[in-house]
Design a protein around this ligand. Sequence first.
Ligand code: NDP
Ligand code: 2IT
Length: 449
Amino acid sequence: MLDILALTKERNPGEPEFHQAAEEVIASVKPVLDKHEKYRKHKVIERMLEPERMISFRVTWLDDNGEVQINRGYRVQMNSAIGPYKGGIRFHPSVYPGILKFLAFEQTFKNALTGLPMGGGKGGSDFNPKGKSDREVMHFCQNFFTELTRHVGRRTDVPAGDIGVGGREIGYMYGIHKKLTNEHTGILTGKGVGWGGSLMRTEATGYGLIYFAQNMLGTRNDSMEGKTCVVSGSGNVAQHAIEKIVQLGGKPVSVSDSSGFIYDEEGIDKDKLAYIKDLKNYRRGRIREYIEKYPGASYMETKSAAESNPLWDIKADCAFPCATQNELNEKDAQNLVNNGIMLVGEGANMPLTADAMHVVISNGLLYSPGKASNAGGVATSGIEMMQNYIGNYWTAGEVDKRLQGIMKNIHQNCLEAAESHGLDGNYAAGANIAGFIKVADAMIDQGIV
Ligand code: NDP
Ligand code: 2IT
């Protein structure tokens, strides 16, 4: 087993996030490989760790000063065993192949867990949308997707949003694809609801996260009602996690961005959330502005990622990291344990470092890995694809019902997969095992390709 990890590191030098994601999965599926010779013989995990295709391209665009700008664009088409490549696009200066490989690898397992026919992919660019005008973002999106247009297709590869890519960017990318191909077709999800998008897709990741938490609490005859929740991030996932926590009678007390975090001990209610949505989605401001509107709350700047983040030292019942990878380290995890936090639900992809994950699991906290608990977003993307195939729309109520059903099934499948390998209650191992078996069996059925 060590050999597989060593080989992965050797073949992908300088990509620590990919190594981290690979190491976790390799460790989890070891009992499955030990038990079933077919997975070893067909070298399934080794094949899963090698992207089927990686596209890397130049994106040039003109900024508002008329200056030529050059960025790098990518799409990692990781695994198409169970369906077309599916996964988001991230625009952030930290994007490089290692980040996208980790995300596409995780996505493959996540998409399998949804029960829908979707393979794994991820794309993005090192373009930084912060401080850019609408025109600059549009021009960038058009040039980025002019290249990707030749690689996507409703039965080939269907991207969506992720960090830095929301409704605005999806619109610009869809528009240029339509112009280039003269076709209105579901090659992206997260589209506007008036032109092919699904109701509830915007809300789905955050809502799904809290549905998953509700299921976990249900195993202890408990619920979200009355739970104080610490949440990080203030983007799509964080906003809708907060919305659902409030709807279920819980009390979210924090939000953050990459500069710092807000602690609002009285709780973030519907009105305060409306303020956050306007601030982040339309005015594109910084979260520190919250205290100007709500002076009862406090703001603290965050230091380097290597230090512990006082956000995770807030007294609460549940913690929902919804910003980015490795935002919660071992010391933070120890603070969660010391403060009596009972549940950690990952909204972001891989927000806990490997050491942090070990701390929360070994201390018996309810812990859900992102590939299980944030799967509601891509699951609803799958539901958007279904609606695009049949050429019709479903109501918000219908989509929400499906989403709740999918989150319940993922929860159950994780528990069962963990239990059948003697790892009772370990959702992380369960998610890796259940996702792995589904993809691995499909790969074996389809031969050496
Ligand atoms: P958004 O771009 O809407 O929001 C991202 C949030 O995270 C912002 O508050 C941003 O702050 C903060 N953030 C980004 N990078 C960093 C960083 N390096 N350090 C601290 N904070 C940071 O993205 P989403 O809400 O869509 O995505 C959040 C997470 O959820 C990501 O891990 C993503 O992969 C995952 N996810 C998203 C899904 C979706 O449907 N959108 C589905 C499943 C998972 P700032 O404004 O300062 O950049
Ligand atoms: O990480 C993720 O699951 C996403 N960014 C959503 C992917 C999608 O295709 O909806």
